[in-house]
Design a protein around this ligand. Sequence first.
Ligand code: UDP
Length: 465
Amino acid sequence: MENQEERSSCRRQRVVLFPLPFQGHINPMLQLANILYSKGFSITILHTNFNSFYTSNYPHFTFRPVLDTDPKDTNLSKLASQGVGDLLSGIMLLNQYGAVSFRQELDQMLIASKHQHEPIVCLITDALWHFTQSVADSLNLPRIVLRTSSLFCVLVYASIPVLDDQGYFNQVNSDLEERVSDIPVLKVKDVLKMRIKGQDDPAAKLLANMLKQTKASAGIVWNSFKELEESELLKIHQDFSIPSFLIGPFHKYFPASSSSLLEPDRSSITWLDHQAPNSVLYISFGSAVQLEEQDLLEVAHGLATSNQPFLWVMRPGLVKGSEWLELLPNGFLDEVGERGHIVKWAPQQEVLAHQATGAFWTHNGWNSTLESICEGVPMICSPFWGDQPLDARFMSDVLKVAVYLENGWRREEITSAIRRVLVDEEREDIRERARCLKEKVNVSLMKGGSSYESLESLVGFISSF
Ligand code: UDP
């Protein structure tokens, strides 16, 4: 990054960042920290002991554990072993009970920073740490929110009460293919797939608190770029009176940095090196979701009959009740042979940027979606819950850079989707649209581009505190 040396020799302001302890939230926060460091700020990262990352990759940051006192049985490691639902409960409990100890920690840091002639000028937290707003207010410290999803997703979350009043969360017997009247991008089934039961659902309450405290913050940083969500940005400006900084995609600033909780398997790249350009289907469903055993069988059959090369990330525990590969159908590995390569974790950004990668079968976590867009790689969408069905619909129906597996896990549909993105004539149109989007990303990051300019504004904004 330009002037990094020069800027680092005259650091005067420290920024404290606090990610949510999940891979999809840690990655963008540490990327943002790197970006701000390159702009001359000193960095402190607060982290829970659960899912604490390899700090050795970041010798230029100060790390500090917080929320370790476990006030109300919020032991995240224990909850993690029970599943994602319980982890959400842990986040809610920490939001409810974490303020006192967090305030003490932050207060001590603020006092110490004054003696180091390097004042802490602001706190940047994940939007889901909504309790930190009142803490920051009580210490007169500006809080900026990092929202790790799309703008579109936040607009849908803000509409949950209206959607609930209109009965969309209970439409089990109605036409699932129908469009949602207030948000016509979405189908009725997309709303149901968020797996929220209505505005009184604990997850909906967490989201409502997140939105409320985001509106009370000093500003929002988004891992998105203006050209991707132009009309959504207009709506965000109407709904949120605080400044929005769309400076993404973050990972394009420092492609080499890694905040992986698992060790990426480098054989992914050596295997890709031996494949033809645009020929490989890369498959990964992110760091958290779990497949049912029956779904795994459908995936395996679909891959076998598609006859296309594939690189598949099967995290240990990806399939409920399994260690690793033992639930794959008998003979599957022999049948696909060299045509398939399976790893536990991949260097995903490098995989997507590899010339052999032709398509990405994804769960549409926002990071994965954005990483695919950045490399111009068409997608197959298999969202599970939360924001994933929203982003999947946006990619397939609005941007048209993806094929949506509309009916879940069915081997014939899987095979057909793989052929649509890798073999059939249609693939050229999808690829062309994806290529145009990639170009927009590159322009937005260049001097004068929207993300570049937004980052300059953010730096000026923080420096003014
Ligand atoms: N990722 C990776 N290697 C893998 C699978 C995923 O590095 O084998 C990274 C991926 O690049 C992304 C993150 O893990 O940055 C997953 O975030 P996302 O928002 O896509 O999904 P989540 O894991 O939060 O469901």
